[in-house]
Design a protein around this ligand. Sequence first.
Ligand SMILES: CC(C)(COP(=O)(O)OP(=O)(O)OC[C@H]1O[C@@H](n2cnc3c(N)ncnc32)[C@H](O)[C@@H]1OP(=O)(O)O)[C@@H](O)C(=O)NCCC(=O)NCCS
Length: 178
Amino acid sequence: MLNSYLFASSRLGFRNWTSKDVDHLHLMCTDKEVMEFFPDIWSLNQTDQFVKRMQQSFVDNGYCYFAVDILKSKKFIGFIGLSLQTFEAEFTPCIDIGWRLKKSAWDNGFATEGAKACLNFAFKKLNLKSVVAIAPALNQKSQQVMKKIGMTEQATFLHPAIEDDNPLKKCVLYEIFN
Ligand SMILES: CC(C)(COP(=O)(O)OP(=O)(O)OC[C@H]1O[C@@H](n2cnc3c(N)ncnc32)[C@H](O)[C@@H]1OP(=O)(O)O)[C@@H](O)C(=O)NCCC(=O)NCCS
């Protein structure tokens, strides 16, 4: 079973994206609860562009926000992984760890389990020196995952890609070192 995955945790398999994922991802990214801490839900075109960017990131860098399946059922539940961040900030360019899961998968410890596996991949396979994580200050749940995987808060900053009057603009930066 592991053969079809780049790596796995006890319950999750991590893989590159295929065009078959676009519709499932789009369904997740039109769920207003899943997208509560993003400026908007995603159109089908935005979702397709995201999948293409992730595939390209995998070719260029050997990592991306990986598509995640439950090993037992092979069901897609969202993404957890690594991404190069180049937006204008004191701490960029850097590699962040990020996660977004279908609501039906929440509160089972999947984000924490998957993020630990991705950090292991980042430090053991990619030999990265550090990994950051970014979230709107309002997103306490995401920060809880960061803390649970051993990351510590480094700074708060105003995200340059978010409008000035948007409450999501104030973000936190967490980091963990190899
Ligand atoms: C954030 C997300 C990936 C977490 O996934 P998950 O698999 O449910 O996370 P886990 O079960 O591993 O851990 C969640 C932790 O947050 C805690 N939590 C839940 N709601 C919380 C809240 N409102 N405030 C603080 N902590 C909260 C849980 O109790 C759990 O911690 P615990 O194990 O110490 O009790 C998921 O909710 C999601 O996809 N959200 C939408 C997308 C998103 O916000 N992505 C991050 C963008 S920065």
